[in-house]
Design a protein around this ligand. Sequence first.
Ligand code: ADP
Length: 625
Amino acid sequence: METKAFQAESKKLLDMMIHSIYTHKEIFLRELISNASDAIDKLYFRSLTDEGVGMNRDEFFIRIDLDKEARTITITDNGIGMTAEELENNLGTIASSGSLKFKTDNKLGEDQQIIGQFGVGFYSAFMVAKRVTVYSKAFGQDEAYQWASEGVEGYTIQKCDKAEHGTCIVLELMDDSEEENYSESLEQYRIQALVKRYSDYIRFPIQMEVSHRKLKDGTEDEFETEVTLDTLNSMVPLWRKNRSELTDDDYNTFYQEKFVDYMPPMAYKHVHNEGMISYDALLYIPSKAPFDFYSRDYEKGLQLYTNGVLIMEKCGDLLPDHYSFVRGLVDSEDLSLNISREMLQHDRQLKLIAKSIEKTIHSQLTSMLKSDRDKYEQFFEAFGLQLKYGVYSEYGVHKNELQDLLLFRSSRGEKPITLAEYVDNMPEAQKEIYYASGPSIERIQALPQTEAVLAKGYEILYFLDNVDEFAVKTMMSYKDKQFKSVSANDIDLDTEEEKKALEEKKEANKDMFETMCGALDGKVQRVTISSRLKSHPVCLTTEGDLTLEMEKVLNAMPTDNKVQAKLVLEINPEHPVFDRLTALHGTDEEKLQKYSKLLFNQALLIEGMPVEDPVAFSNLICELM
Ligand code: ADP
């Protein structure tokens, strides 16, 4: 008989399993039971719409047999089974294994971590077995096939006899060694415990012959052993159970196994909704963003069940984008079963459920923010960016829902604050909400434009993410207070007298500013006097909606449409440089022009923008020195 080689990727994964020093080798049972359950689901699902299947729900089963002598564990199901081709494709090649992809992408060496984090599927059998034989007969086919393998060397496929449709997997356990007691898996108490622990909610009976010791009839001290076929699992899915029956641990373990996360969730919510639309849902917020969360590969969605039958692995329509980090499932009786994916999108019931879930998540986050600030800050660290995108996207339709969930760092201190806290903290005279953008807190604090605002005793929000400024532009205002960049040209901090004095100074130096503006060759709209500077000589401000930070973000995008902020060069009249400029005006216009260029480039540097012509700039400095 021909031995076929495993596809290269599969071989790698298999090798990893065989040589695994992973301490939870026991998960092989969970993996094989899940596969059996999936196979039954497929057939059961078909039976609901196709009378030809001729199976009732209570006829499906998964069965475990232990044979101590032969050292085998056998797992049998009467699910959909596999054809020879499917055996070949499903067990000879691992096409879509998330674990392997992750491993090769990230060059993570630790198999421990990988196995803990991801479902590893069928190959996990090789963590405990030296030989695995799969007998399978696909539903509706006459022929049955046998797949067998002793590991990386390859596998064989041949015809075999099997009366019933479904799959039967025989594991021949490895020999016990000093480190590892494989024989333990042949003990019934061990299997009972593992099924309870990992597979209790599987909705089909997992049966095993169990021997019970009991008193012999009519005696008081004589025992006999009775063997019965027991169902080891309770079959009630966790989400159908009463909240009062369940502990945090139950919810967390369920999450970690179902959604393969090595960390317990940050928070969960168990919903039993009745009324307009009835459904059960389990919603989880992960502790950390998944490694691909902020990439295109990430797919949002909740598992969708109807009456306990999984009908969709990731139903994206159940979650708005801004809550895409939520994981979990929804089970509703109100959905019709034979609904197609396309129809599902337009399903009214589904829309109602989605609305209700969105509300639940919102109130969950709101109450976390109120009652457990530290935890909320941790949450916001991981997923806050997504909420900010949510404010900005779809022309701001979600802004009212999301604005009170946002946190920002500010000039007040280390702790991030909400917009409501900012507004509460505003002095009477302050009219607007001030913000400053930059790549880091240090850089923002060094911006000359912040000086005057801080001197007034006003707080400044620090915008560190690219999306921040776009988000507040979408919001426009919060509690009737406009957002204002400290670099905006029309910032309004002065009293009437101060304004008047400023106007007079502007008028008096009008000519000089015109000369300076001319020297800059259209790079700025105007040169003017500044009221916002205290110690710095110059700064750049912007006119209109587009700020320098936004210009940077937009121009970093891969499009041909480059934008340009409208710049204004502001000069500090209290700075000695200003006196020098006025002295040059009318006496040495050429030098005044050179100074203008120098000051403009300085202002660019302070903003974190490149100087336009570094060589010319450098020459200019030397010349003036
Ligand atoms: P996964 O279950 O994550 O797809 P596995 O390696 O566990 O990966 O299984 C690979 C495939 O083999 C399954 O997707 C399924 O199509 C098939 N399979 C495994 N076990 C069974 C079974 N008991 N009955 C029918 N098909 C099975």
